[in-house]
Design a protein around this ligand. Structure first.
Ligand code: 13P
Length: 287
């Protein structure tokens, strides 16, 4: 069932668990995530970056595939189709394409410009029943060629953006996209606590979910995080499982080269990773 992410995240925040956003890249990714959510009776958010949207030939293709697959698989748990780190133009494209949720990442603009653009997009999204996420304080690391420094967000700026009516807020707390370097200092719970106290009940979003230790995830949820984004970890397990299949020579045995066989271990690896995360985030049986 395709829905906006507002209600599922408000419930998560109140119930002290988090809903996973898992980024999709193709049909296998989408099917693996939808089936796992249904099996675990968990709400889920499918994240689409602008780069992944382009790779899949555009947001219309993505929306059509997700809608049709959601129906043909008989998915009854709440599913949000969400633009990840959207540009101003990208947000409008996804609204038009039939996404149910968008993220406007105006964190690289001066705060006044971030406020002006976010205000306009909140109104455009809400007019059509979509949810909208905004960001304050850059998330570090590289995501689709966009490099962020990983600064911690200013709680006063978070309040300013939250008060514009956004449905959930991403705030930098030392998190970065991709694999964390060995010298990473961990999440800044001091920053998260200050933000949580300042912004009220709005669900907070933790980007860069890959590789954050379980105890830090649990603590972040206790401090208002209700949405956690995971991308790289699914890519890593897919690559590892596919490599294992090929290195074992299985693609050369019988019809092992058939893409439905070749991609099956990676597909199963994504399912297992998504299950592990949903259990950790506490969203199982919360649909
Ligand atoms: P990771 O790739 O580090 O899991 O981050 C995902 C993310 O935050 C997408 O917005």
């Amino acid at each position: 069932m395709l829905v906006s992410a507002t209600e599922m995240l408000q419930k998560a925040r109140a119930g002290k668990y988090a809903v996973g956003q898992f980024n999709i890249n193709n049909l296998e990714w989408t099917k693996a995530i939808l089936l796992t959510a249904q099996e675990l009776n968990s709400p889920v958010i499918l994240g689409v970056s602008e780069g992944a949207g382009k790779y899949m030939t555009g947001f219309e293709t993505v929306a059509a595939m997700v809608k049709a697959m959601d129906e043909s698989l008989g998915i009854t748990v709440p599913v949000a189709l969400h633009l990840d780190h959207g540009s101003y133009e990208g947000c409008y494209k996804c609204i038009k394409a039939g996404f149910t949720s968008i993220m406007f990442d105006g964190s690289h603009f001066p705060i006044d410009e971030n406020v002006a653009k976010t205000t306009e997009l909140v109104s455009a999204a809400h007019h059509l029943g979509l949810s909208i996420e905004a960001e304050v304080g850059a998330i570090g690391g590289e995501e689709d060629g966009v490099i962020g420094k990983g600064e911690c967000a200013d709680p006063a700026e978070c309040k300013q953006i939250a008060d514009l009516g956004v449905d959930f807020l991403a705030a930098g707390i030392g998190n970065i996209h991709g694999v964390y370097p060995d010298n990473w200092e961990g999440l800044s719970f001091e920053t998260l606590e200050a933000i949580n106290k300042t912004v009220g009940e709005i669900p907070l979003v933790l980007h860069g979910g890959t590789g954050i230790p379980d105890d830090q995830i649990t603590k972040a949820i206790s401090l208002g995080v209700a949405k956690i984004n995971v991308n790289t970890e699914c890519q890593l397990v897919f690559a590892e499982a596919t490599r294992g299949y090929i290195e074992a020579g299985k693609d050369q045995q019988g019809k092992g080269f058939d893409p439905r066989k070749l991609l099956a271990p990676g597909f199963e690896a994504i399912k297992a990773k998504v299950k592990e995360k949903m259990e950790l985030f506490g969203s199982v049986n919360k649909a």
